[in-house]
Each structure stands twice: as C-alpha cells, then as structure tokens.
Ligand binder design. Structure first.
Ligand code: NAD
Length: 513
C-alpha cells in the first residue's frame, strides 16, 4: 500500500479476486487451478490467477490459427500501426506496470521501469521494421528470368518466458512477430502470473479497438505442463523459449521431434576479464552492478571476474569495499540497491552454492547469508557474496541464479584469461576491461570470446534492443530483439520468374522432347 501497489493493480485492470489466465484477446476465461502470486518483496499475496487447462488451450490455439489467416493478409505497415498504438498504451501505463514488475518479481523499481522501457523501445523498432521486412534480389543464371526472395508470416508463435524478465522478453518476441504477421500465444512464468495478465489486458484492448480478429495476442498460464501443450503442438511452427538450460534441452528435443523451429534463450555464466591497464573505477562499477543488480537474477549477470595477477589485489580490495556500501531491502524504495530473490527455493540454491564453493576449496571474501527481521519478512533477502574460486570447480561451471560472484586470477597473456572465460558450457555475455587496443581486439577476434555478446569497457549485464540478443553453446543459440532477429518469425521463399517464351533449365541442362 505504501508504494501504491493497489492503485497500480487497478490501473492495469487486475482484480483483487481471481484473474483469468487464459485469453484469446477477445475473451478471458480459465478453468484450471488457481495460482496464488506472493510478492518476494514483503511476502504478501498480490493476487490470484486461474491457470489454463487442455480444453482452454484448445480454444486458444483454434482462435490463434483462425486469427492468423486474416492477420497475415493485413499489410505489414498496418500491423505496425497497431503495434504503435500498443506502444502508446505502454507509455501511458509505464509506471504501474513497472511497479507491478518490481513488486511481483522483486527487481528494483528503476529496473521495473527499465523493463517497460525495453518494451517501448522494441515496439518502436518493430513499427519501423514493419516497412523493412526486406528480402534480396539475385541475378538469375538463366536469360529472361528474375529471381528474388521474400518473407512471409510463419504462423502461430509460442512464447515461453522466465520469471526474471516477466514482461520485456514477451515483447521482444511478440512485437516483432506481430509485425511479421504471426499470431502469438504466450505462457509467462508461473512465478509472475499477474504481470502476464496485465500485459495481455493492454494488448487485448488495443487489438479489440482495431477490430482485429481474436487470437493474435493470446495468453495461457501455468507451469511446464501448460508449456508442453505448445511444445507438443504441430500447429505451432516456432517455439521461442527463455529460461534455464535444463528447460531448453527438454523443449529443444520435444520441438525438434516434430521438426518445429526453436528460438532458445537459456542460462549464462558471464565473465569480465580485467587486464593490467583496465580502468579500475569503471571495472568496479560494472562488476558490482553486474553481480548484484536484480539480485544476480539476470541471464547476463556477472558470475566470474577474471583478473590479471598484477591488479588482482587492487581489484579485489576495491570490490570488497564496494560491497560494504550495498543497501539491501525493499526494491520499491529507491535508496536500496538490491531486492529479494524470487522465492525460497532460489534462496536454497544460493546457500547451496556458497556451501559448495567452500567444499571445493574456494575462499569466501564477502560472506553471504539470509537476512532476517524487519523489512525482510518474506525470507527472500540475501547478502551478495564473493568467493575466490577456480574456474574448473563444478559450482563455478554451473549458473547459480543469485548474487554470488567468483573471483579468479590469470597470469601472463590475455589468451590465458580467454581460455578461462570460454571454459564453461554457457556462452551468453562477456566483457573485457582494458585500455590496450591489442587486448581488446584479441578479445573480439575469432580467437576471442565465444559468447553471443562481447563488450569492451562495459560490464556483461543488460543489453540494448537494437542488437540481436542471445548466446552460444548451452545458452541455446537463439537471437531475438534487434538486428535481423525478425527473420526467425517468418518463412523465406525463393521465387524465380521466367518472362520468356522458352524454358531454359538451370546449370545448362538440356532436356529436349
Ligand atoms: P525455468 O527454466 O524454470 O522456466 C522458464 C519457463 O519455462 C517457465 O515459463 C516454465 O514454466 C517453462 N518450462 C519449464 N519447463 C518446461 C517444459 N518442459 N516445457 C515447456 N515449458 C517449460 O527458468 P526460470 O527460473 O523462470 O528463469 C531463470 C533462467 O532463465 C536462468 O537460467 C536464466 O539465465 C534464464 N534466462 C535466460 C535469458 C536469455 O535471454 N538467455 C533471459 C532470461 C532468463
């Protein structure tokens, strides 16, 4: 109440009672179990959402399949105009939506607003894109022939998203998929069901006011079993799934089994390399924000700091000092840097990681621990911790979704640091802090970082929507958001047109009858 949550819920059209978590855009309905959403901020019940059953899902996929047939015939710039209107609504509702994201997920209010800003930015991008779904033209080898390629809408896109970016990831997919002419069915995280309903309320209103058929923006709610309705469904040509590598491996197998396409955005294990002539002040800011921001629950959070021995002690002391200044508490209070973890399971994982790193021979530099007492009643607030560790430790190889930073040393050439940085199974984000041009270019070269994101003199955390976002290896290989990531939401067709009276064959083949 103190932070205006009730008002935010009202502005977003959420009931205090039970909200329906199934929607075709035209209707909201649901006959599954009730999911209660508790805030990690104060442990209070925020609201309830009724989950989707198979029967509910069947209605949704029928609406999406039928809706797609009309939507695909609308000129792309007109689809873009609807995305523009959706964006106007996001701008209008930025504060309540940002607040709900913060309260339901636990990230700071600034980051909640930032997440909605990402939605706004991707919609702007999508509106422009709606006039630029370009294909190439090629010169045919045959006389009197014209050859080109075009992109057509793909169909119904299934979007499965994680709790930590409960609204932005949906929009990265959906804003592009909509202008590409696809219908979307979204299953948000069962840990953040109210933000999903809030977003669907906005989209449904905008689509209805444009007399667009039902089914272009659909919502389903529930855990992995509800996600499986989509992954097993041959009517869905593309599943875009964001979440853990564990989930991605299951989804990839399921969808590949029916030769569907996947766009996978999975776990990271991101490192910053700190070379001898790095700017230490910026290194500390980048590393601390990367490690403790969103309480270490970003796929791009900094997990490992690989520091040259010459500056190791200096960096270590500066970071340890910086951690002393971190304020942990209610993320809606802008004086705090770090909010809670999402739930008590996440707290357990965090504690396990700290136990494990000690068992494997690590040295704790900044003690962790679960906070208790006033303001910490939800039991989800933990202290960001730092441990000196070796890259090969099993726990270091693993993504712990919490504020645990591993510090390690490298000697000699930057190639040694690169070996450590690339020596994990994940390949999402990476960074080097250096003023040495040779080292920076080496890091970006073919022998450098093997990640989808490689930054120089900024941290690993966060990204702008203009670039393609995603990573290699166990991160899943998918790319979404900017650049040409839109192509996955369309099917490519190569067209050759013969405008002569002859029928010459390619490769000079003769076939006389
Ligand atoms: P999670 O894997 O537990 O769940 C993610 C989503 O997948 C949820 O909606 C869940 O219901 C669904 N799901 C799980 N198993 C499924 C199955 N078998 N079939 C269909 N759906 C299934 O992940 P989480 O705890 O919500 O999120 C944290 C993870 O997400 C971290 O590993 C983080 O790195 C990753 N993440 C990656 C990116 C990225 O862009 N690479 C972005 C955000 C989060």
């Amino acid at each position: 109440k103190e932070f205006g949550i009730d008002k935010a819920l009202e502005e977003l059209g959420l009931n205090q009672d039970i909200n329906n978590g199934t929607s075709t855009g035209e209707d909201f309905f649901s006959s599954g179990e009730v999911i209660e959403s508790y805030s990690p901020v104060d442990g209070a019940l925020i609201g309830k959402v009724r989950a989707t059953t198979k029967e509910d899902y069947d209605k949704v996929i029928a609406a999406a399949t039928a809706g797609f047939k009309e939507w695909r015939t609308m000129p792309a710039p007109q689809r873009g105009e609807i995305v523009r209107q959706f964006n106007d609504e996001l701008r209008r509702l930025k504060e309540p939506l940002g607040k709900l994201v913060s309260y339901e997920m636990g990230k700071s209010y600034q980051e909640g607003l930032g997440e909605v800003q990402e939605m706004i930015d991707i919609c702007d991008f999508a509106v422009g894109l709606s006039r630029q779904l370009h294909g190439l033209t090629m010169h045919s080898e045959r006389p009197g022939h014209r050859m080109y390629e075009q992109y057509h809408p793909l169909g119904v896109v299934g979007i499965i998203s994680a709790f930590n970016f409960p609204v932005a990831v949906w929009s990265w997919n959906t804003a592009l998929a909509w202008v590409c002419g696809d219908a979307c069915i979204w299953k948000g995280s069962e840990k953040t069901p109210l933000t999903s309903v809030a977003c669907q309320n906005i989209a449904a209103r905008v689509f209805a006011s444009n007399n667009v058929p039902a089914g272009i923006s659909c919502l389903i709610t529930g855990d992995y079993k509800v996600g499986e309705f989509m992954t097993k469904d041959e009517r869905i040509p593309l599943i875009s799934a964001t979440g853990s590598t564990r989930m991605g491996k299951i989804v990839a197998k399921e969808v590949a089994g029916r030769l569907g396409k996947t766009l996978l955005e999975l776990g990271g294990n991101n490192a910053i390399i700190v070379t001898p002539d790095a700017n230490i002040k910026n290194t500390v800011i980048g590393a601390v924000f990367g490690a403790v921001g969103t309480c270490g629950q970003r796929c791009t959070s900094t997990r490992r700091l690989i520091v040259h021995e010459e500056v190791y002690d200096k960096v270590k002391n500066a970071i340890v000092d910086a951690y002393k200044q971190i304020k942990i508490g209610n993320p809606l209070d802008e004086n705090n840097h770090v909010g809670p973890l999402i739930d008590k399971d996440a707290v357990k994982n965090y504690q396990n990681a700290l136990d494990k790193v000690v068992e494997e021979g690590g040295n704790i530099l900044v003690e962790g621990g679960v906070l208790e007492g006033e303001g910490y009643e939800s039991g989800c607030y933990v202290k960001p911790a730092i441990a000196e560790a070796e890259n090969h430790f099993e726990i270091v190889q693993h993504e712990t979704f919490a504020p645990v930073l591993y510090l390690m040393k490298y000697k000699g050439d930057v190639a040694n640091a690169l070996e450590l940085q690339n020596g994990v199974r994940q390949g999402l984000s990476s960074a080097i802090m250096t003023n040495n041009l040779r080292e920076a270019e080496r890091f970006l070269s073919v022998e450098g970082s093997d990640c989808g994101i490689a930054n120089v003199n900024i941290g690993t955390s966060g990204a702008e929507i203009g670039g393609a976002f995603g990573g290699e290896k166990e991160t899943g290989g998918g790319r979404e958001s900017g650049s040409d990531a839109w192509k996955i939401y369309m099917r490519r067709q190569t067209n050759t047109i013969n405008y002569t009276t002859e029928l010459p064959l390619a490769q000079g083949i003769k076939f006389d009858l």
